[in-house]
Write a protein that binds this ligand. Structure first.
Ligand SMILES: [Zn+2]
Length: 540
């Protein structure tokens, strides 16, 4: 089995922190599993190499280190290197990264970009010019982004640095970054960045901003700003600050006709700050009511509702539908109320918090009820249907056998063997019905038996299906898939939704109880899953 290496794990061997790193790693694992590769976790860049490669690393990421491992024979030819996308590798020199990529492929390694499943290997780079161009463009874009960022920083700070002697400026850096005044670059304060990631993790797994503030105060974590302690409002500010994923929205001052000063937002600049939380995570957190969201193209994020086709209003049983407010706020609301029906009241439930806490509950394990009684009843019914069918089949066989040997004739009239329901109809409807049916022959009898066999056959299939669904093993298998979908590195809402649909009929969004009531296909028992829908400040 060829080996595969995760670039993420190779370049960041320290315990992966945060959802995004974990998900990226899960994607590598999934790719390896789907493509019959043996994912090797053991190989990381070598510690003694850190200082030696520092210079190189700045230009090429850990790609150069990986190449060295290949050259040293610690990575076998024919192995795979899995990276999320090429721009993760280098933000410095496109030309050099490109060359190292070629060198790695030249050594017989296949590089796979997980984001699009594209493979780069020797043959691809030789024969498919698009592969080369695409990878080059990716590198160039990454390089350009950081070059632009560097240029902007330079221009912006050059002026300020000139004035620094007479007017020391307060660094505009958010609290988890500091400005290195010599290089005019932002540096990450690692322990604080870790806290920022933690805030997002906690928030997305259902803890409200006030809960997070309380937790930090209890823990005795010193507040970052001027305050004496952690406040909910400050947590909200961080959760809503696009600077966590590197974006700044500069403003310029303008004067309107009456001479009033106003701040006009300009286009957001990406890559301005070092990224401490990935964009997806940030956007997921944006249902926060107090946040202003992100302006511009980056703000649109496709939402697929994991409860799609299942979510129900607890009051009127209408489907809960998606409602967008602004560009980053996603809500669920009763479809009837949304369309103005008077029968139901309009309540909007912040979607991402619901999603996050529901996924959390699934990951923690759902106790899906199994009805042993119902299972037994169905099994008894199945046994009866099977016996009936067997009986009809052998009766039919006997009749045909008897006709074949001449003991009976197809046209022979049988009076007594009308099925019970026909007799009932004849009694009720009298002669008219008798005419319709006419005298009953053995041929009719055989046709009747055929019908019964067919009816039993369908019934057996249906019962087997129901029993299969009820059997703990079958339910367990479906639950496993649901959990796997909840644990996936990158949530695939469709996959999760399909898994949920395989076991559930409905998911009632019980907003008054902060719970999702799952109604199953296999049982009438309902499972109440506690979730977080409201932060403290939204009330109910
Ligand atoms: Zn409703």
């Amino acid at each position: 089995m060829p080996k595969a290496y995760s670039y993420l794990r190779f370049s960041r061997p320290e315990q992966a922190k945060g959802d995004s790193t974990r998900r990226q790693y899960e994607a590598a694992k999934r790719y390896a599993a789907e493509n019959g590769l043996d994912l090797d976790d053991g190989l990381t860049f070598r510690d003694e190499g850190i200082s030696a490669y520092q210079g190189k690393h700045l230009e090429t990421g850990r790609l150069g280190d990986f190449l060295n491992e290949v050259k040293a024979g610690r990575v076998e030819p024919g192995s795979y290197l899995l990276v999320e996308s090429l721009d993760r590798i280098s933000r410095q020199s496109a030309r050099k990264a490109q060359r190292i990529l070629e060198d790695i492929c030249e050594e017989g390694i296949t590089v796979v970009t997980l984001i699009d499943g594209r493979k780069y290997d020797r043959a691809a780079l030789d024969s498919d010019p698009m592969a080369l161009i695409l990878s080059l463009l990716t590198f160039l874009r990454a390089h350009e982004e950081s070059a632009t960022k560097a240029k902007r920083l330079k221009a912006a700070w050059a002026n300020k640095l000139k004035n620094i002697a007479e007017k020391p400026f307060t660094s505009k850096a958010p609290h988890w970054l500091k400005l290195n005044k010599e290089t005019a670059k932002f540096q990450v304060i690692e322990d604080r960045a870790a806290r920022v990631r933690e805030m997002f993790d906690l928030y997305l797994s259902g803890m409200g901003p006030s809960g997070i503030a309380k937790r930090y105060n209890q823990e005795g974590l010193a507040p970052w700003g001027r305050g004496q302690m952690w406040f909910e409002s400050y947590i909200i500010k961080i959760l809503a600050n696009p600077a966590v994923y590197g974006v700044i929205t500069p403003h310029k001052l303008e004067y309107d006709k009456s001479g009033k000063k106003k701040r006009v937002p300009l286009d957001p600049i990406t890559g301005y700050y070092p990224v401490v939380v990935d964009e997806h995570t940030f956007l997921r957190a944006q249902e926060l009511k107090t946040s202003k969201g992100v302006k511009g193209r980056r703000a649109t994020v496709p939402l697929q509702n994991i409860f799609s086709g299942l979510g129900r209003c607890p009051v009127c049983d209408s489907a809960m539908v998606r409602v967008n407010k602004g560009k980053t706020f996603q809500y669920l609301a009763c479809g009837a109320a949304k369309h103005g029906a008077k029968l139901c009241s309009y309540r909007s439930i912040p979607y991402y918090r619901l999603e996050g806490s529901f996924l959390e509950a699934v990951r923690a394990g759902l106790k899906i009820p199994v009805e042993q009684e119902k299972l037994k009843a169905l099994e008894a019914e199945l046994a009866r249907a099977e016996a009936n069918m067997e009986c009809a089949v052998s009766q039919r066989r006997n009749l045909i056998e008897a006709i074949k040997v001449g003991a009976l004739k197809e046209e022979s009239i049988t009076d007594t063997s009308y099925p019970q329901y026909v007799l009932t109809d004849i009694i009720e409807e009298g002669p008219v019905f008798r005419e319709k049916w006419g005298p009953r022959t053995l041929r009719d009898e055989i046709e009747q038996l055929d019908e019964w066999v067919e009816r039993d056959r369908k019934n057996i299939i249906k019962l087997r299906g129901q029993i299969n669904l009820l059997r703990p093993a079958a339910v367990e298998a479906r639950l496993k898939e649901l959990e796997a979908a909840a644990r996936a590195q990158t949530l695939d809402p469709q996959r999760f939704n399909a898994a949920l649909q395989s076991i559930c009929k409905k998911a009632v969004i019980e907003y008054d109880h902060s719970a999702v009531d799952l109604q199953f296909k296999h049982t009438d028992l309902v499972l109440r899953v506690p979730v977080t829908m409201w932060s403290g400040r939204e009330g109910k």
